[in-house]
Write a protein that binds this ligand. Structure first.
Ligand code: BG6
Length: 531
């Protein structure tokens, strides 16, 4: 951790260079790639998948010989696709504009049904025309689709669209079922069609810089590992907050709720990386083996471990009205679906027995924030009249990537008072070596989707969810989700734009978290504070 100095060797742009190298390595001249986007006319495709593919193309990270074929029911042209995605990308200058045109030239679009063999045969014929002169032809299938067409599409891909002269990789988006049973059913369906190493279940939190950094922080440093256990750690909080509500997406959200939308996947994945044992190596299967092991030690949740909330409107907000969840016309009236949840997870193994892991997530809260907060135990045999506050290691995932350690120091000067301060690695201050970063408050880091799609090209599944991992994740949550739904457990109200229900804070304190409220971390660039 250090001051605001330059550091050439760890310039984030090196990441781009490294990825480019990786991309060159895999874009062998004899190989051709087709990237299929199923659901190409949908929201996910236009907001995320196409902008990601464009960014990879622009930065020369996509293998050179890659053709992108969009497929959906709606009749569209590539020109329509261009209009759709233009809203979600930025073109810097004329040079980039020309590149964007070249990107569009590599794009094609076919419309067809999701359950008609002849339409998929047509799609396959279309793709084959690009591959005939190549010895190796690889295919990636990105399924940006609603769950109800998932089964027929995967079946038809298997029957009609698989490459016979290269690898096939299928990328799927959550929801991976809605409980243990439905997820197992989906996994069975997929395993009848594809090999495990052909299936890439995406959880985009695994592509985030600070989530990826967890492995290095823990296993690449001597200082953290010896204290990473129940003897030293008092509690761990993993938090996700968003300052906006469901806003028209309520219909979709209502059938899932915040636990399925965020907690069971994004937060639990982070928990695995924080709590797992050191893998035998950094190879994907060794990492995934450790994640499964720690999940197996995680106790199944009960209602006593959970606090639920639902946001209500903020009548005092002027200008933009802050409507409550139930005011959203797409939400069924009287819905008890939680938009906030806190869960206390317990890991019964030698390292973590007795240490509470709090997973917290909420929509329409006071800020955008995702972070991991490791609070250490009190100093034993205090000699400073109770002035010591607990140390905390905070890994700030977003916004403003940072790692900081809260600790006690002597107040500078003649006094012998204690003062709270921090050792702070804030990315935008630390990584300013490159020209691009000089004038920017943004660390240039690849987007999570860019990294993950690169991983799929490279055949590296470390940051994707394996089926046994998924089954264990559902095992932890399914009974309590069923109970919440069966008993229609009433969530606690919290006002749009507030922290969360007060009872959630009280719950953490009652289970061992110490909140002092005496110290604020200030992001050196953003000038935002974080208690
Ligand atoms: C998605 C959830 O998985 O993650 C959304 O479905 C949520 O509800 C989103 O808004 C948050 O992602 P990020 O990358 O913006 O933190």
């Amino acid at each position: 951790m250090g001051s605001n100095c330059s550091n050439k060797t760890t310039d984030p742009l090196d990441v781009i260079k490294a990825l480019r190298q990786q991309s060159n390595d895999i874009s062998n001249a004899d190989q051709h790639n087709v990237f299929f986007v199923f659901g190409a006319s949908g929201d996910l495709a236009k907001k995320k998948i196409y902008p990601t593919l464009w960014a990879l193309f622009r930065d020369r990270l996509i293998p050179r010989r890659t053709v992108i074929i969009g497929y959906a029911r709606t009749k569209l042209t590539v020109e329509d696709l261009k209009t759709n995605i233009s809203k979600y990308i930025q073109i810097k200058d004329e040079n980039e504009n020309q590149k964007f045109e070249r990107f569009l030239n590599q794009n094609h679009y076919i419309n067809g049904n999701y359950d008609k063999t002849q339409d998929f045969c047509r799609l396959n014929d279309f793709a084959e025309q690009f591959e005939t002169t190549f010895a190796t032809a690889n295919r990636l299938f990105y399924l940006a689709l609603p769950p109800n067409v998932f089964a027929p599409v995967t079946k038809l891909i298997r029957e009609t669209c698989m490459s016979t002269k290269g690898w096939n990789r299928v990328i799927i988006e959550k929801p991976f079922g809605h409980d243990f049973e439905s997820s197992a059913e989906l996994s069975r369906h997929l395993s009848d069609l594809f090999k495990e190493n052909e299936i890439y279940r995406i959880d985009h939190y695994l592509g985030k810089e600070m989530v990826q950094n967890l492995m290095i922080l823990r296993f690449g440093n001597r200082i953290f590992n010896p204290i990473w256990n129940r003897d030293n750690v008092a509690s761990i909080q993993i938090t996700f907050k968003e300052p906006f509500g469901t806003q028209g997406r309520g219909g979709y959200f209502d059938s899932f709720g915040i636990i399925r939308d965020i907690m069971q996947n994004h937060l639990l994945q982070i928990l695995c990386l924080v709590a797992m044992e050191k893998p035998v190596s950094s190879k994907p299967e060794d990492i995934r083996d450790e994640k499964v092991k720690v999940l197996k030690c995680t106790q199944t949740l009960t209602l006593d471990d959970i606090v639920l909330g639902q946001y209500i409107g903020d009548k005092t907000a002027d200008g933009d009205a802050k409507y409550g969840y139930l005011d959203d016309p797409t939400v069924p009236s009287g819905s008890t679906t939680p938009t906030f949840a806190l869960a206390l997870c317990r890991i019964r193994n030698e390292r973590w027995d007795g240490v509470p892991f709090f997973l917290r997530c909420g929509k329409a809260t006071n800020e955008r924030k995702a972070e991991i907060r490791i609070q250490f135990r009190d100093v034993a045999a205090d000699i400073f009249s109770g002035q010591c506050k607990r140390n905390e290691l905070v890994i700030r995932v977003q916004p403003g990537e940072a790692v900081y350690v809260k600790f006690m120091t002597k107040a500078p000067g003649m006094s012998f008072k204690l003062e709270e301060t921090e050792l702070d690695l804030t990315y935008t201050s630390r990584y300013k070596s490159s020209e691009t970063l000089q004038n920017s408050n943004e660390a240039i880091l690849p987007d999570a989707y860019e990294r993950l799609i690169m991983d799929v090209f490279a055949g590296s599944p470390a940051n994707f969810v394996r089926s046994d991992e998924l089954a264990e994740a559902w095992r932890v949550f399914t009974p309590v989700l069923h109970q919440i739904e069966k008993e229609k457990v009433q969530p606690l109200p919290y006002v749009y734009g507030s922290r969360c229900p007060k009872q959630a804070d009280d719950f953490c304190i009652a289970h061992g978290f110490k909140f002092y409220g005496t110290y604020k971390w200030t992001d050196p660039n953003e000038k935002t504070t974080n208690k």
